[in-house]
Design a binder for this molecule. Structure first.
Ligand code: ZN
Length: 477
């Protein structure tokens, strides 16, 4: 199969004779298959309770007794670690079995492959080409490798994100942008507040907690208040590979250094140039890097409808993550704690099930979407669009008033939303994402959301029962 041929080729490039390289590929495949079988499926891993196991040091040693944990933690520079939360204990049992059934030579082969594979982009041209040939033909469908400068920028963003960000935000993101974006987030929070107050299926004790959670959400906009230091990362002019390895070590040591220290609430988990945003349930915060606060999502001088439909929806989406099927399991302070009364929790689950079934009905290249894997993102898309609309309608009460020879304000809102998700994917890539991506493909992020937001039907005068104005809607928030 393609993967084993690829591993063999890479091992050959790394210096193994052809027959040994082919044998290595079989070993790698067997070990990876065993580890994959011991892993928890993606959809299950979305459940925070299923990936929370305080085994501590003793439990970990029991789960994988063949591994020398003392040597491992000592090697990490943290010999005394005792408090350990293991996401998937069964994985460690599977890992221990691999240790028990494979000889040292096989384990070395597996480790050598991990190193060669992860370093491929920084190895000589033949490795870069083989790595690209495999990924493009099997996974992404790309016809040409990205130009060198783009690969370089991505590498710098990955290793030195906040250093790259300083000139980036100076050039692209002014104080005006920050002020307008802050004002938009405020509008979104206000709209969600009204939604919470009016929900019929929510009882008072749960509502009180939900409002508390909403009130405590922190927002980070554009770039961090204080910049990270990269002083201890050594960058050389002679070796890209050395720089990559040094950056990986630097990052890993920085993470390990956090053990036993108070949580740094100012930290950013995405670099400011990133065109993305996130909600972090453990900190109850929303983060909007400067990268997404650009056209086509946002411009300080764009029309209210254009900003509201694009970045407004993104803001509503991140906010709704705090209340999606996973986010709702965390409280206002980011603790995993059930703050829902049983009846309200049951009502929520029923509404969420409607979303699961709706999206499972959509197909890409004949494959059905996984309604459970994409549930959190779909709830956030639907809630995000509805919340953005509510905030917009407060600002522009006459949104559906006819405009001479043009789209109404309301229509512009939805057009801006749909255009911000324009995408073009090759079949290979689309097929891969259907199995791994918790987001629905862009066309369904648009179609699925507008189908569940009644204002869309009104804005475009759709007949009830037409494809994007169904008689039965899935509305959670
Ligand atoms: Zn999301």
């Amino acid at each position: 199969m393609a993967y084993m041929i690829h591993v063999a080729r890479m091992m050959e490039l790394a210096g193994a004779p052809a027959d040994a390289a082919a044998a290595s590929a079989r070993t790698v495949m067997e070990i990876e298959t065993a580890l994959a079988e011991a892993s928890m499926p993606r959809t299950e891993r979305r459940d925070p309770y299923k990936v929370y196991h305080r085994l501590e040091r003793k439990g970990l040693e029991k789960a994988a007794p063949r591994f020398d944990w003392n040597a491992y933690f000592k090697g990490l520079g943290h010999p005394g670690i005792e408090k350990i939360n293991v996401a998937v204990p069964e994985f460690f049992a599977g890992f221990d079995q691999v240790l028990g059934t494979r000889g040292l030579a096989d384990l070395k082969t597996y480790m050598r492959w991990q190193l060669v594979n992860s370093s491929a982009p920084a190895l000589p041209e033949a490795f870069v080409q083989e790595d690209f040939a495999f990924r493009s033909s099997q996974l992404t469908g790309e016809e040409k490798i990205l130009p060198r400068w783009k690969r370089c920028v991505a590498a710098v963003d990955g290793a030195l994100g906040e250093a790259l960000a300083r000139p980036y935000v100076a050039e692209t993101f002014g104080e005006q942008g920050k002020a307008v974006a802050k004002d938009l987030v405020g509008g979104i929070e206000g709209a969600f507040h009204s939604t919470l107050e009016g929900l019929e299926w929510m009882d008072e004790p749960t509502r009180e907690q939900a409002l508390e959670k909403l009130k405590k959400i922190e927002n980070k906009i554009g770039y961090p208040e204080k910049w990270r230091s990269y002083d201890k990362l050594k960058v050389v002019k002679t070796s890209y590979l050395e720089n990559r390895l040094a950056a990986a070590r630097f990052e890993s040591e920085r993470d390990l250094h956090k053990i036993g220290r108070p949580l740094d609430r100012t930290e950013w988990y995405m670099s400011p140039p990133t065109v993305n945003a996130y909600y972090n349930a453990l900190m109850n915060e929303m983060v909007f890097p400067a990268g997404i606060l650009q056209s086509p999502f946002f411009a300080p001088n764009a029309s209210t409808a254009a900003n509201a439909g694009a970045i407004g929806m993104v803001m509503g989406h991140e906010l709704t993550h705090g209340f999606d099927d996973k986010g709702r399991l965390f409280d206002a302070d980011g603790n995993l704690r059930d703050w829902w009364t049983p009846a309200v929790s049951a009502a929520y689950t029923e509404k969420a099930q409607c979303v699961v079934e709706q999206y499972a009905g959509y197909t890409v290249l004949g494959e059905h979407l996984n309604g459970n894997l994409t549930l959190g993102e779909n709830i956030a898309d639907i809630g995000g669009l509805q919340t953005a609309w509510n905030a917009f309608a407060k600002r522009v009460p006459e949104a559906n008033a006819p405009k001479d020879g043009g789209f109404t304000e309301g229509q512009q809102f939805f057009l801006s939303f749909a255009q911000s998700w324009c995408a073009n994917r090759r079949d290979e890539y689309a097929r891969m994402l259907v199995t791994v991506d918790p987001h629905s493909p862009p066309q369904y992020r648009v179609i699925g959301s507008v189908s569940n937001v009644p204002a869309f039907q009104e804005a475009f005068s759709c007949q009830t029962g037409s494809p994007m104005a169904p008689a039965k809607r899935c509305i959670v928030w």
